[in-house]
Each structure stands twice: as structure tokens, then as C-alpha cells.
Write a protein that binds this ligand. Structure first.
Ligand SMILES: *Cc1c(COP(=O)(O)O)cnc(C)c1O
Length: 402
């Protein structure tokens, strides 16, 4: 590697990042990339030889390990094996992909659906395939990185509005030239803060300004709405989103992403989205698991109800102890700590007492708003949640967060 000069900017970037991680490791404050070695039921895991309560999972309805879903994945391996013959457009499409897409379309109350091999790739590639130079995309400031990257990649004019501020959204739309195509995009539930987008007002503004509306439901499927169908059900507005995006890696315990919407939109995406045309099809076991999971959500509605009760218990318990949890109303619960170091120390205290939470620091969140980003699921029992509240509360008092 001696052809790389010590002054090389790439090398410096690598070394700076590695030093940040190494310094934290030396101080015993590095908690990322730890392997789980065993699952112990729905909400407990083995990490570093310790059994911990899992409070950092995206498996909101506790579907990881569900017998029907595991059985569907195993049956798909027996029927189709482990891989596909390539990309969907060519030889990679299996009957199970079509069945999954029909299931998603029905679940999301849409004419059709298309799946991709990751949620990240879905946002990136779909936004880039719908928009180009001369178009406008208007995005919430706290939207997920995959949306931001898709907006940048599209080459469209990229405007951002203040987080969940509908006056700011409208002001942005007023900047768009009359004849320009415009897409408004937002998370339904924000991935770092857990708050819900002001959907009714957003829909109204988009209609008034003739903008397409794309909503990312990564953290709202299974979480919002009486039967877990997401934000449209939550607000009783079933057909208000033009481009319904979601992931198969959170409430749905698989991997992949989807778009549901009108037939002509989905057909267009099948013939123009590069992540679909140039990246391998979902493995059959993952497609079958995803399909079974959508069915389980509807068959076991108690899970949605229990998640709601658990989230309420956890958020109220933190607030009563004096923690700042921002505006969360969902299963994602930020526990504000302030500086990065404080979030790391809070994490260590919690993990030492077998509560698996993780810190989120800048640049993922603004400086000074570092936090524990805890999650609750339908797999938790009230006693486990109370234990986590006790542990986080004691840590907060010891470290001076509360
Ligand atoms: C996780 C997430 C994604 C990406 O989904 P993956 O399937 O994990 O690639 C997209 N959007 C949001 C809001 C997310 O939280």
C-alpha cells in the first residue's frame, strides 16, 4: 500500500473514523456491531455471554421467531432452494414473489405492489427513477438517509422543509415553478424521534399544490392503525398516499422493501428502477417469510394492541422519572442524554444490568441531542418494561441526566 501517500485524503478519513471507534473501545464505551449469539424467546437475547432484555429491536410486533413465519421460510427453501436465477426482470422472478406482492397490495389497500431486495435500495432507486433534472423533490429535514440519498441521486431540485412543519412544507411548494413536476416525501414515523407526521394536513397541502405524495412506512406498519396497516388507517384516510413505501426488515421479520400504489406506477417501476433491474431478486425464504408475516399481523390483532399498551407504559414511565422523550407516540422512544459521552455512559450502565439499548449520536442526530434510542415491542411483558424503566432511571440519576 506504499503508493498511498500519508497526505492522501481518503486515508486520513479512514484513520480519523477508526481512531474515533478505537478511542471509544479503549474507554469501554463502544457498543456497536456486537453479535447476538442466541435468541431466548421474543424479547431476550444472548450478547457477550449475558442474557439481556432486547430494547433496541425493530421487530415491533415480536414476529422474529414466529412459528408460522419460520415454517413458511423452511417450506420455501424445500420448494425453491436458497437463491434465484438472477434479477426479477430476467430469470429471477418466482411465484412466491408475485404472491408476496399481491399480499402487500391487499394489505396496503393498493392496486399493485413491487418488491426490492432492501428498503434502502427501494427509496434510493425509486425516487431516482421517478424524478430527474428540472423536477422538484420536497423532503422533511429528518427523513431517513435512504430518502435523502434518493433525492440527491435523482438530480431533481432538492428542497427540505422544517421537521413536521406544514407551513414550511407549503412555503417550499410555493417556490416550485408552476409547470414543474413535484414530489413530497416523508417518513410516517420518524426513525430517530418516534413522532408521527402531520398526515391530514400534509395530504391537504399536496392536493392543493398538485404534488405527488410518497410516505415511508418503515416504522408505522404494524405500529399505527387499528389493524396495523399504517398511517392511512391511523388517520382514517385509506387512499391518501400516491407512493406507499415500506420495508420488509422491521415489523416484517425478513429483508427487502416495497412500493404499493396504482397499477401503472408499479408497472413503470418494474421497467425503470435500477435496483429492480440490476440487483438480484429476494431469496425465496425471505419472500415467503414476509408474506406469512403480513398474514400473521391480520390473524393476531392482539399484537398491535399490546404494542400500543407497551409503548404507552414505557413512554409514561420515562416521563414520570423526568426524562425528555421528545414527541414520540410510538414504539421508538428517544431518551435524551445531551452529549455523546453521556449517551455512551447511559448505554454502559443499562447493558451492565442486562438491558440492551443503544446510543445514537451525531451526525445521525443533531449535536447535543444524543440519546438512547430505545424501542419496545409486543414481545415485552409489563414486568420486563418496568425492569428496563428502573435500570434506565437509576442510570439517569447516577449520571445526572435526570
Ligand atoms: C430502516 C429504514 C429504511 C431502510 O430499510 P431496510 O430494509 O433496512 O434497508 C428506510 N426508511 C426508513 C425510515 C427506515 O427506518
Amino acid at each position: 500500500m506504499d503508493y498511498i501517500k500519508a497526505s492522501d485524503a481518503i486515508l486520513q478519513r479512514i484513520q480519523a473514523m477508526n481512531k474515533r471507534a478505537e478511542d471509544l473501545q479503549k474507554a469501554g464505551l463502544y457498543f456497536y456491531n456486537q453479535p447476538v449469539t442466541e435468541l431466548r424467546g421474543g424479547a431476550r437475547v444472548l450478547v457477550n455471554g449475558r442474557e439481556m432484555g432486547m430494547f433496541a429491536s425493530y421487530s415491533y410486533l415480536g414476529l422474529i421467531g414466529h412459528p408460522k413465519i419460520n415454517a413458511a421460510a423452511k417450506a420455501a427453501i424445500d420448494r425453491y432452494s436458497t437463491g434465484t436465477h438472477g434479477v426479477r426482470t430476467l430469470a429471477g422472478t418466482l411465484a412466491i414473489h408475485r404472491e408476496l406482492e399481491e399480499t402487500i397490495a391487499a394489505f396496503k389497500h393498493a392496486e399493485a405492489a413491487i418488491t426490492f431486495s432492501s428498503g434502502y435500495a427501494t427509496n434510493l432507486s425509486v425516487i431516482a427513477s421517478l424524478l430527474g433534472r428540472g423536477d422538484y423533490v420536497i423532503s422533511d429535514k429528518l427523513n431517513h438517509a435512504s430518502i435523502v440519498d434518493g433525492c440527491l441521486m435523482s438530480g431533481a431540485k432538492f428542497l427540505r422543509f422544517r421537521h413536521n412543519d406544514m407551513e414550511s412544507l407549503e412555503a417550499r411548494l410555493e417556490q416550485v415553478p408552476d409547470d414543474a413536476a413535484r414530489l413530497v416525501v416523508a417518513d410516517a414515523v420518524f426513525s430517530m424521534d418516534g413522532d408521527i407526521i402531520d398526515f391530514p394536513r400534509m395530504v391537504e397541502i399536496c392536493r392543493k399544490h398538485h404534488a405527488w405524495l410518497m410516505i415511508d412506512e418503515a416504522h408505522s406498519v404494524g405500529v399505527l392503525g387499528q389493524t396495523g396497516r399504517g398511517i392511512e388507517e391511523h388517520f382514517g384516510m385509506m387512499d391518501a398516499i400516491d407512493i406507499k413505501m415500506g420495508t420488509l426488515s422491521k415489523t416484517i421479520p425478513s429483508v427487502g422493501g416495497y412500493i404499493a400504489g396504482r397499477k401503472d406506477l408499479i408497472n413503470y417501476l418494474r421497467h425503470s428502477t435500477r435496483a429492480y433491474i440490476f440487483s438480484a431478486a429476494l431469496p425465496p425464504a425471505q419472500a415467503a417469510a414476509a408474506k406469512a408475516a403480513f398474514e400473521v399481523i391480520l390473524e393476531e390483532p392482539w399484537r398491535v394492541e399490546k404494542l400500543r399498551a407497551n409503548s404507552h407504559q414505557f413512554i409514561q414511565g420515562l416521563k414520570q422519572q423526568g426524562f425528555d422523550t421528545l414527541y414520540t407516540e410510538t414504539a421508538i422512544v428517544p431518551v435524551l442524554c445531551g452529549e455523546d459521552e453521556v449517551a455512551y455512559r447511559m448505554t454502559r450502565e443499562a447493558q451492565l444490568r442486562d438491558v440492551f439499548v443503544l446510543p445514537v449520536v451525531s451526525p445521525a442526530v443533531p449535536p447535543g441531542l444524543s440519546r438512547l434510542r430505545a424501542t419496545v415491542t409486543a414481545a415485552h411483558e409489563p414486568e420486563e418494561i418496568q425492569h428496563a424503566l428502573d435500570v434506565i432511571g437509576e442510570a439517569g440519576r447516577k449520571i445526572g441526566v435526570i
